[in-house]
Design a binder for this molecule. Structure first.
Ligand code: TYD
Length: 233
């Protein structure tokens, strides 16, 4: 199989956060970054789609509710276009410097949303990942599991709050937040199937309780992972 990136030097640690829209991922990621920095690690916080100037342009196109009629395959290809740029400009250089990269969403999002939600299936998503990135995988993925209904409602409330402060860019729901409960049900099932398939990499964290409890659990999981990685290094 050809792989279009050179074999990654992987001295740092690559940790991704996944979950449904509105599950509290971004807040947890920021809180974890603070803890790890206080522990003395160099941390890069980034996100997908986006994370680079080009990626943010692709993100605007993907999330804009005015983007009508985008085909599922075009959507998938744009997610990977953003990811390829992100990998080259941000993720690989940071890992090569030995940093911890905390990334809000990665290929599991494509598998869950485009593969599951849009019904493209997992295999084309995994094949694209292999083609572009070979066997580069996160060292750890925190999957924040939440109820479909609670998550969708929370995302809606968040968007209404944003709309009331008048900022145009965040004005309305993003294209994904307009999707149906059935769509998010498929996204969640695909996430859980990924976790069952790759239990070494993916840890499911119940995101339904108080944020402080979720934070404590995430810190415990990440610290344990960093310790065991240090032992095997
Ligand atoms: P965002 O507002 O960042 O949502 P969240 O804060 O919940 O992460 O929007 C990103 C959206 O893009 C989100 O609905 C999931 C979607 N997405 C995909 O469909 N496929 C992907 O590969 C990625 C990275 C994101």
């Amino acid at each position: 199989m050809i792989c279009l990136v050179s074999s990654p030097t992987h001295r740092g640690r690559f940790i991704t956060f996944e979950g449904l829209d509105g599950c509290g991922k971004s807040t947890q990621l920021e809180k974890l970054a603070k803890v790890l920095r206080a522990d003395g690690f160099s941390v890069t916080v980034t996100r997908e789609p986006g994370g680079t100037a080009t990626g943010e342009k692709i993100r605007n196109l993907l999330l804009d509710t005015a983007t009508a009629g985008l085909s599922p395959l075009a959507e998938l290809a744009l997610m990977f276009a953003s990811r390829a740029q992100h990998m080259k400009e941000v993720i690989q250089p940071a890992l090569a410097e030995g940093r911890i990269v905390l990334c809000d969403r990665f290929t599991d999002s494509s598998e869950a949303y485009q593969g599951g939600g849009r019904k493209i299936g997992s295999e084309p998503v995994l094949a694209l990942h292999r083609l572009l990135f070979g066997n580069l995988q996160p060292d750890l993925t925190i999957l924040m599991d939440s109820e479909v209904s609670a998550s969708v409602e929370r995302a809606r409330r968040r968007n209404i709050a944003r709309a009331s402060d008048g900022s145009r860019a965040e004005h309305d729901e993003n294209r994904f937040e307009q999707e149906s409960r059935a769509f998010f049900g498929r996204v969640r099932q695909t996430y859980l199937a990924i976790a069952a398939r790759e239990p070494q990499r993916v840890v499911v964290v119940d995101a339904r309780g108080p944020a402080e409890e979720t934070h404590a659990r995430i810190v415990e999981i990440v610290r344990r992972k960093l310790k065991s990685a240090a032992k095997t290094a």
